[in-house]
Design a protein around this ligand. Structure first.
Ligand SMILES: [Zn+2]
Length: 392
């Protein structure tokens, strides 16, 4: 059992924290906080536990911990979690167990919730959501706020390095928000240190818990989808079943949309982003450095996507295009070596469709990359060298 104590508001200079004590047993109490700039203090929900429940849901399901609290949970969230989401996940994903939630119910609406938000990570998925909603013809769905959270994307398990990376990127997000005339909400939290779960296995719940903590602010929130709706399935990576997650987390005050799920795949999104001019200056997909390194998996894939669509030259301010052309054969080989992955499959098909020739030497190199990967991932070899399984 895990008990959530009534949250408290703590002010510290121009920052305000919403703090929850989580009691796991008589010897273990974890203090979890979410910190916002004080201008957003009036929007913090200290009268209900919706956000923290969503944030710890998969943790509690993994460790088979029922959730109890004297502080209320929104009636609709309780209904949707206990009747649809928890049974579906526990019935279909092995490591998760069915759990119960015991807390008083509430259903007070917030008249202040009017903002329309989405997260800015700098990648293709988030720019697609921004491009689609920055000037849409439905006023209630037009983007008003950008968000940037230290919710696991800067480091699975939080800590000082992740917090530093998060802080370093705030200036980049601030500049973009200012140029686009959008408000920016940044939220730091120590939940990552407690959860100690892989971000890729929990990201939807970690990212959407925060707009739920701020549901006095947001009425609509776009969550940038990593998967098409056609790929729905239960899997460790929640993006595959966001089609179920997002309606189950949407409440009377706030509606979540899985933006990008309606597309046929990555290339449709890359094409839409390449028609959005601010992305030429701000696209930042890199997973290893603060600006695009051009050589990590995400950089190579995005470079090849822009190249195949004939849009690469538009991004010469954020990518070293000369270096890309110098290494093109190597990048082709990398792409071919990952041909089972849906995004690379789509990319290879596009090269073929556009009759853009891939040299034979890249096919030969891809063969050796795959053989090397197979040897390294061989269970016996890994046991001999005592290495953990590769995360490919
Ligand atoms: Zn990179």
């Amino acid at each position: 059992m895990l008990e959530i104590k009534k949250p408290l508001i703590q002010k510290n200079g121009n920052k305000t924290r919403l703090c929850f004590d989580l009691i796991l047993n008589e010897n273990q109490c974890e203090n979890i906080w979410y910190e916002v700039d004080s201008e957003y203090e009036p929007f913090l929900c200290d009268d209900r536990i919706d956000g923290i429940v969503v944030n710890i849901l998969l943790y509690c399901m993994e460790h088979e911990l029922d959730i109890v609290s004297e502080c209320p949970i929104s009636e609709r969230l309780y209904y949707q979690l206990t009747n649809y989401l928890i049974p579906s996940i526990s019935n279909n994903i092995k490591k998760y167990h069915f759990i119960k939630i015991k807390a008083p119910l509430c259903s007070t609406p917030f008249s202040s919730a009017k903002a329309v938000g989405t997260g800015l990570s700098g990648g293709i998925d988030s720019f697609y959501s921004i491009a689609k909603h920055i000037s849409c013809d439905t006023p209630s769905f037009k983007l008003t706020h950008l968000t940037f959270f230290n919710a696991g994307a800067s480091g699975n398990y939080g800590g000082d390095v992740a917090r530093q990376l998060y802080s370093d990127r705030i200036a980049y997000v601030e500049n973009f928000a200012k140029e686009q005339n959008l408000k920016l909400v940044t939220v730091d939290t120590n939940i990552n240190e407690f959860l100690h779960q892989l971000h890729s296995h929990t990201h939807t719940f970690r990212a959407l818990a925060i707009p739920l903590i701020l549901q006095k602010l947001f009425s609509v929130y776009y969550y940038s989808s990593g998967c098409s709706f056609s790929g729905f399935r239960f899997y460790y990576e929640p993006a595959y079943y966001d089609l179920l997650n997002l309606p189950c987390l949407s409440l009377d005050n706030i509606t979540f949309y899985s933006c990008g799920g309606e597309t046929t795949g990555r290339l449709e999104k890359v094409k839409a982003v390449s028609e959005y001019e601010p992305s030429y200056k701000y696209l930042n997909v890199c997973v290893s450095e603060s600006s695009n390194c051009g050589h990590c998996e995400k950089c190579i894939r995005t470079l090849l996507e822009l190249y195949v669509l004939g849009k690469l030259e538009l991004y010469s301010d954020v990518f070293d295009t000369e270096d890309f052309y110098k290494n093109l054969k190597k990048h082709y080989a990398f792409m071919l070596s990952r041909r089972e992955n849906a995004a690379y499959k789509e990319l290879i098909a596009e090269f073929k469709k556009r009759k853009m020739k891939i040299p034979l030497s890249s096919y030969i190199s891809a063969f050796f990359i795959r053989a090397d990967r197979k040897i390294k991932d061989n269970k016996l070899v890994r046991r001999i060298f005592k290495k953990p399984p590769l995360n490919t």
